[in-house]
Design a protein around this ligand. Structure first.
Ligand code: B12
Length: 209
């Protein structure tokens, strides 16, 4: 139903549904995995019938961003239960990468698992990132790459970060990784993650230690 509302550009109806789930105290993981992700993950723009249909993706992702932000108090409540001084992460997409929904969810998953999150979002310039790194020293960097053309840039970025922050753990995920697994091993990250479920598993194992 949520996906139908999005498809029909019924933002208010979609948001009401999310507000109901929040009022019913559904866990944030359930809202993300049962409602938000399925509503976009199989979306295909009908380019042949409508060559300029990309506007539909902008409308859809804007509604999803509203839905995700409404869930933030649930994420904060989880953080309060699990927060730890030794967990901090920078979460971002590289320069010119504009796919935001996946990385926005990943930022919340980290926060809900007790991480202090610095989220610089999509299209993060390297200079801005290194400047932020000089102010905070995170334990981990989580990079999201959707467009495979950005993999080379990320490889270079990782090489340069290793020089200034040799101890930071670098994790890369996103569709470019899912689609190009063999190539990705050369990027130089410490961890490659293929899905949000794999991240949950990794963070839960880390918590159990
Ligand atoms: C929405 C969308 C857009 C929107 C994004 C708006 C926004 N604010 O985010 C807009 C319109 C901007 C857009 C633009 C483009 N897009 Co687009 N887009 C999509 C679409 C429909 C959905 C992407 C999405 O949000 N998925 C949902 C999220 C939840 O999934 P996800 O990103 O994979 O993230 C999950 C996992 O990968 C993982 N994950 C992601 N990152 C990370 C990071 C870490 C550390 C971890 C642990 C896990 C992790 O967890 C997430 C949750 O499960 C996809 C098609 C599709 N159905 O996937 C095309 C798609 C990704 N786009 C595509 C393309 C080609 C483009 C454009 C080049 C189109 C163009 N010609 O201009 C531009 C590129 C813009 C740019 N420079 O980045 C292609 C990419 C194909 C490829 N091989 O490169 C796709 C697959 C469409 C297609 N079938 O061709 N797009």
């Amino acid at each position: 139903m949520f996906a139908e509302h999005l498809k029909n550009e019924e933002k208010d109806a979609a948001i009401k549904l999310i507000l109901e789930l929040i009022a019913e105290k559904k866990p944030v993981r359930e809202i993300y995995e049962k409602w938000i992700i399925p509503a976009i993950v199989h979306w295909e723009c009908p380019f042949e019938a409508e060559p300029y249909c990309i506007w539909r993706e902008h409308v859809l992702s804007t509604t999803l961003k509203t839905a995700i932000e409404l869930c933030y108090p649930l994420v904060m409540a989880e953080y309060e239960k699990r927060k730890s001084k030794n967990k901090s992460v920078f979460v971002f997409c590289p320069w010119e990468e504009f796919h935001e929904i996946g990385i926005r969810l990943i930022a919340d998953v980290f926060h809900a698992h007790g991480y202090a999150v610095t989220y610089t979002g999509v299209n993060t310039p390297e200079k801005a990132l290194t400047e932020a790194l000089s102010r905070h020293t995170p334990n981990c960097l989580a990079i999201s790459v959707t467009n495979p053309y950005h993999l080379f840039q990320v490889q270079n970025l990782i090489r340069r970060i290793r020089i200034i922050e040799p101890n930071v753990k670098i994790m890369v995920g996103g569709q470019a990784i899912q689609r190009n697994t063999p190539v990705c091993n050369a990027i130089g990250a410490d961890v490659y993650i293929y899905s949000i479920e794999d991240l949950y598993q990794l963070l839960e194992e880390e918590e159990a230690k």
